[in-house]
Design a protein around this ligand. Structure first.
Ligand SMILES: [Zn+2]
Length: 154
């Protein structure tokens, strides 16, 4: 069974801030860190893109050094692990592109990263910059859409 995804208010605030700050025609994104409880992935930290990220209309390449620093800090703070990444698309509905899927496949195959599954959160932005958020769990074999909850439970 696929896990549900929960993004804490703190992590979601970071994403909202980065989305609001960026020029609308460029993608932005960052890594997602948190805890894997098996049937629930809890995202507690969302990374910003970092100064050396490459952003264009149809792809986002994160700043790897910056991501590694964020990951080390989160692990130090509460053993949060690198779960996946978020990025924007300049269109709705959001769905992983072939470029995205190729990059996730590289992560899953990288023995240094030891991912069993990779969380992809994509924020599709329409003409009014309204966000539509969706999530997928990527494994070596399948790409599965999963439910995502944002912010603290009411
Ligand atoms: Zn994409």
């Amino acid at each position: 069974m696929s896990p549900a995804i929960h993004v804490t208010t703190a992590a979601w605030d970071t994403i909202r801030r980065e989305v609001a700050a960026g020029p609308s025609h460029l993608e932005t994104g960052g890594i997602l860190l948190g805890h894997d409880f098996g049937d629930l992935l809890q995202v507690t930290v969302a990374g910003d893109p970092g100064r050396n990220s490459q952003r264009s209309r149809d792809r986002f390449l994160r700043d790897s050094d910056h991501a590694a620093q964020l990951a080390a800090r989160a692990w130090e703070a509460d053993r949060a692990q690198w779960l996946g990444e978020w990025h924007t698309h300049p269109a709705t509905p959001p769905a992983p592109s072939s470029i995205d899927l190729a990059s996730y496949a590289r992560h899953l195959q990288d023995p240094d990263l030891s991912f069993d599954r990779f969380l992809s959160v994509i924020i599709g932005l329409d003409d009014q910059r309204q966000a539509l958020v969706a999530a997928w769990i990527i494994t070596r074999d399948v790409v599965t859409p999963v439910p995502i909850g944002l912010g603290d439970p009411q």
